[in-house]
Design a binder for this molecule. Structure first.
Ligand code: HAM
Length: 443
């Protein structure tokens, strides 16, 4: 027997229903926030990602050479494709661009809980707006996209951080900009690497500078211990040089961001967490990741500002901010919390046909009911009443429409309630009206 590849899921109807439930909520919410849907090919040129996404993703690519000798890859994420689409029509699209997408991505990762090789992501991005208002709108949509499923402050946290502030802080330690980027990759592993490996990684990132790796790690640990804006403001308040001024200006943008999110009633969902620096190479400003409140499990979502990417892909200077939310970790969490609705494949009505001469009448009614929007099944074979009723009950129908020779001759349909086992005869001329009334009656 063939099986699917490791890290790839198959979707039986129950699983498809779960997925559609998630996608429908994401889509409805994005539309409510005024975002428009877009999409792009899942197979892209390799270069789009080797250039733009950074080391970590490049190691995880599903890449190969196609029959035309092109170096291609399944997309590991959607952001570079989005930047390309926007870059190509930058002058024609209304700004700010507010776009969302739901699509499958592929990463050759080790399969584990919350991590697969093929997963779906809900992406939402705003391009063409540099102010913290856009960052706030993105963070608000991200938080609301979880609240839409009934998840609340006891369930998740948006951990906020800032690469701009990191660059300024590292500058204050005398670390030049070109060294700051590799050093942030080390910060990304601060909580994962054993101390000696961390020291080695920091020393390698700092090679060619006069900085001492041990001291830098100590300063970094002190910096990530700040867990509120008040504490950061107090720490940098006395610094009177130009860099101090720049840092205070940046903290003013933090204040603006938090004020907007506070006004939207989202303050309790946020925490300041400077250990978040994001693995992807293109982020430039505010960054964030969303985790379960307990801190367990892989990230539910991640995103941030990436102001240089559109220009790098041949477009104009265009600020951008967005996030991606995965379906795997979200589905795990919803399952754990019992927040999925009960799956039901039930049809509204099931018609059974007791004799061949009744079939044309039954089929005409089935077709009319389906046209009116009802979910209707019918028995493909004529047969014994008991067997057919059993099939109807297995299909989950609460009401069965019975077409026997007596009913057809009298111009009526027998409607049987499968729960109460009561039956009534309804003239075919008023069948639609009766079934509409039955359907709208609560169980
Ligand atoms: P990311 O942090 O790489 O960001 O992925 C975002 C989310 O996708 C993760 O938090 C996780 O829920 C899900 N995810 C990632 N990898 C896997 C995997 N192997 N299996 C299951 N789920 C996974 C990005 O992809 C950015 N492009 C997001 C973005 C959009 N930034 C700006 N706009």
């Amino acid at each position: 027997m063939f099986t699917s590849l490791p890290g790839f899921r198959e979707f039986y109807p129950e699983e498809c229903a779960v997925q559609n439930y998630i996608f429908d909520k994401w889509r409805q919410l994005a539309l409510r926030f005024g975002f428009q849907e877009w999409n792009a090919p899942v197979l892209e040129s390799l270069e789009l990602f080797t250039e733009k996404s950074g080391e970590e993703i490049v190691q995880q690519l599903f890449n190969f050479e196609d029959k035309g000798g092109r170096k291609v890859t399944l997309r590991p994420e959607m952001t570079p494709s989005l930047a390309r689409l926007v870059a190509a029509r930058a002058n024609a699209i209304r700004r700010p661009v507010k776009w969302f997408a739901i699509g499958e991505n592929y990463r050759y990762e080790k399969q584990q809980r919350g991590r697969l090789r093929a997963f779906y992501q809900f992406n939402a991005d705003i391009l063409g707006e540099a102010s913290p208002a856009a960052d706030a709108e993105i963070i608000a949509l991200c938080a609301e996209a979880l609240r839409a499923f009934g998840l609340e402050t006891q369930d998740f946290r948006v951990r906020l951080s800032d690469r701009t502030l990191w660059f300024l802080f590292l500058e204050s330690l005398g670390i030049p900009e070109q060294t700051a980027v590799p050093l942030l990759s080390v910060v990304d592993k601060l909580e994962r690497l054993p101390p000696e490996d961390l020291l080695k990684a920091a020393a390698s990132a700092l090679a060619g500078t006069a900085c001492d790796a041990g001291q830098v790690i100590e300063s970094v640990r002190a910096f990530v211990a700040f867990d509120s804006l008040d504490k950061l403001e107090a720490f940098f308040a006395s610094r009177s040089d130009t860099l101090g001024g720049k840092i205070r200006e940046r903290l003013g943008e933090w204040r603006a961001l938090l004020n907007i999110l506070g006004a939207m009633g989202l303050a309790n969902f946020l925490s300041l967490d400077l250990t978040i620096v994001r693995g992807l190479a293109y982020y430039t400003g505010f960054v964030f990741e969303v985790f379960e409140r307990s801190g367990d499990g892989r990230a539910l979502a991640g995103g941030g500002r990436y102001d240089a990417l559109v220009k790098k892909l041949g477009g104009p200077d265009m600020p951008a901010v967005g996030f991606g939310m995965g379906d795997v970790t979200l589905a795990n969490l919803l399952k754990d919390k019992g927040l999925f609705p009960v799956y039901s494949a039930a049809v509204d009505f099931y018609a059974i046909v007791l004799a061949p001469e009744c079939r044309p009448i039954a089929l005409a009614d089935v077709a009319a009911l389906r046209h009116s929007g009802m979910r209707v099944e019918y028995s493909f074979k004529d047969g014994k009443f008991g067997k057919l009723i059993q099939a109807a009950e297995q299909a989950g129908a609460r009401h069965v429409l019975i077409y026997g020779p007596d009913e057809v001759a009298a111009g009526v349909v027998k409607i049987r309630n499968t729960q109460t086992r009561t039956e009534q005869l309804v003239p075919r001329t008023s069948l639609m009206e009766q079934l509409c009334a039955i359907k709208s009656t609560p169980t």
